[in-house]
Design a protein around this ligand. Structure first.
Ligand SMILES: Nc1ncnc2c1ncn2[C@@H]1O[C@H](COP(=O)(O)OP(=O)(O)O)[C@@H](O)[C@H]1O
Ligand SMILES: [Mg+2]
Length: 501
């Protein structure tokens, strides 16, 4: 019997900051198959691939490549062992031509320029991959750059190819072309590891699939023998941590309305595609979805950070589509991001962090009224149970939970009418999570409109009165929360439309 292409045995990874990403992962990949690795955000997919590619070391466990135990001290060892990686964010030199990039990337392996070009042309012929060798990488669309990455791996003689969420940067036509190429590569005997969170892609292209959840393998199946429903269950099934006390919503008039909104991402691709919804006073609209499906661009457009391409955004009936962030803010919108992102400046104290978003309130004539700002900071600390030495304490000295409570307090104390909460409990412990979620329910009960955007399904299920799932820039389902269960959301998150929506 031929050896397995890859065997993972009891692979553990604890990051230096204590994050446990992999908890004893074991499974095998046969030679010549397209093997899907399916899992939600944070399941550990990228971590496992980085270990396989020699970028990081496992805390424990072994990996065998073609029957031999791999001891990689860096990606070059992995490349020499026949592994190729197609990065999500590409690693090409923009100012160089494709040929130059290929030559450069094979240099450390001692492959001559002539040989590189010969191999490139040969593998293009064999697989139908087309890349313009003499064009500068800068001028190429993303889909073509991705093909260059694949040719690069082939030139280096890769036998096992890793693609980490390769379709996230592609248009539908490019996806179809990529799948065609992958099938040809399989015919040519390559083994392919295809990482995705999309159920349809698993069904369309893989022979087998392994599902990863919270750093553990939930199972490996032949793709033909497993339904999308079963995969969705394996991907998201979980026990809810705690349940929250809540009464049913008593919604009033719409405070935030979005109509046929289109927004482009930084790379110029459409990221939000014709999204419409409204959030009424006294209700929470939860938007579920895997990260990177347009949520970021949607939030940025509403809060005036990103200019939409077309569509209308109304706040309390007024058109805010093209207003700036601070204008929207003044009109009563608040934004609560996750504490790890840009919401707070770690080196500054609490007062200055309060002023970060509320400077205008406390400097009516351009001069900061420190006394008032300190009073307000003290009041936020008290009202939101923030454990902090004093208003002069640096934010970084607070625990994550207290940082987030402070951020929440800073935004809510302004009495906004519409609150956008984006991953509001990401990274928080159970106690702080419960606190923040309860506060969000209180906000709703006091008549605010809350737009909750979260990749955490427990959070979405616990808080939403109405629910929608965002997938590839569209809201593919929208309705009362009672019409959704975990399985249905799991399927929708993977791009499978269920029932009527
Ligand atoms: N460099 C890092 N340092 C600390 N934690 C990390 C790092 N990279 C990823 N993680 C954490 O490890 C877990 C798995 O992440 P990742 O492998 O990126 O998952 P996936 O690719 O499935 O979304 C997550 O909880 C993530 O926050
Ligand atoms: Mg990943």
């Amino acid at each position: 019997m031929p050896p397995m292409a890859v065997e993972f045995k009891e692979v553990h990874k604890i990051y230096p900051d204590g994050n446990i990403a992999l908890r004893g992962v074991s499974f095998s990949i046969e030679m010549g198959e397209i093997h899907g690795l399916l899992g939600e955000n944070g399941a550990g997919k990228t971590t496992l691939m980085r270990i396989l590619y020699g970028e990081i070391k496992p805390t424990k466990g072994t990996i065998k490549i073609l029957g031999h135990v791999a001891k990689f001290s860096g990606p070059w060892d992995a490349i020499k062992a026949g592994i190729g990686m197609v990065y999500q964010h590409f690693s090409l030199v923009g100012g160089f031509t494709v040929a130059e990039n290929l030559i450069l990337s094979a240099l450390p392996l001692g492959i001559s320029a002539q040989e590189v070009l010969r191999r490139a042309k040969e593998s293009m012929k064999e697989t139908g991959l087309k890349v313009p060798l003499d064009e500068k990488v800068d001028s190429l669309p993303v889909g073509v750059r991705q093909r260059v990455e694949i040719v690069k791996a082939l030139v280096r003689n890769a036998r096992i190819l890793i693609l980490d969420e390769p379709t996230s940067v592609l248009t539908p036509i490019e996806v179809r072309d990529l799948f065609e190429v992958l099938r040809k590569l399989r015919e040519a005997g390559l083994t392919i590891l295809f990482i995705t969170h999309k159920l349809k892609e698993v069904k369309a292209i893989t022979d087998k699939v392994t599902v990863l959840r919270k750093g553990q393998v939930m199972g490996t199946r032949r793709t033909k023998e497993v339904s999308e429903l079963e995969l969705a269950r394996m991907m998201v099934g979980r026990e809810v941590l705690f349940s929250l006390e809540r009464s049913s919503a008593k919604p009033g008039s719409p405070l935030l309305e979005v109509k046929d909104l289109w927004v482009r991402s930084d790379s110029g691709l459409p990221a939000v595609k014709g999204v419409s919804f409204s959030v009424r006073s006294g209700e929470i609209l939860g938007i579920a979805g895997v990260q990177g499906n347009g949520q970021k661009e949607l939030v940025e457009a509403i809060s005036g950070i990103r200019i939409p391409e077309k569509g209308i955004i109304r706040l309390k009936g007024e058109d805010i589509t093209y207003l700036t962030n601070s204008e929207v803010y003044k009109m009563g919108l608040a934004y609560i991001p996750d504490m790890r992102s840009m919401g707070l400046v770690m080196d500054m104290d609490l007062v200055n962090n309060l002023l970060l978003t509320r400077l205008e309130e406390f400097s009516p004539k351009g001069i900061i009224r420190w006394g008032k700002a300190v009073k307000e900071t003290e009041s936020v600390i008290k009202l939101f149970n923030v454990v902090a030495g004093s208003v002069k304490t640096q934010i970084r000295r607070l625990s994550g939970g207290n940082q987030q409570k402070f951020l929440l307090g800073r935004e809510i104390a302004r009495e906004p009418d519409v609150i956008i909460a984006s991953e509001p409990t990401h990274g928080l412990d159970v106690g702080a999570t419960e606190y923040v979620r309860n506060k969000i329910i209180e906000l709703r009960d006091s008549g605010k409109a809350v737009l909750l955007i979260s990749t955490d399904l427990d959070e979405i299920m616990q808080l939403s009165d109405r629910l929608a799932v965002m997938y590839e820039g569209e809201l593919i389902a929208q309705g009362p929360a009672s019409e959704f269960d975990l399985e249905k959301i799991g399927l929708l998150m993977g791009g499978v439309k269920v029932g009527k929506s």
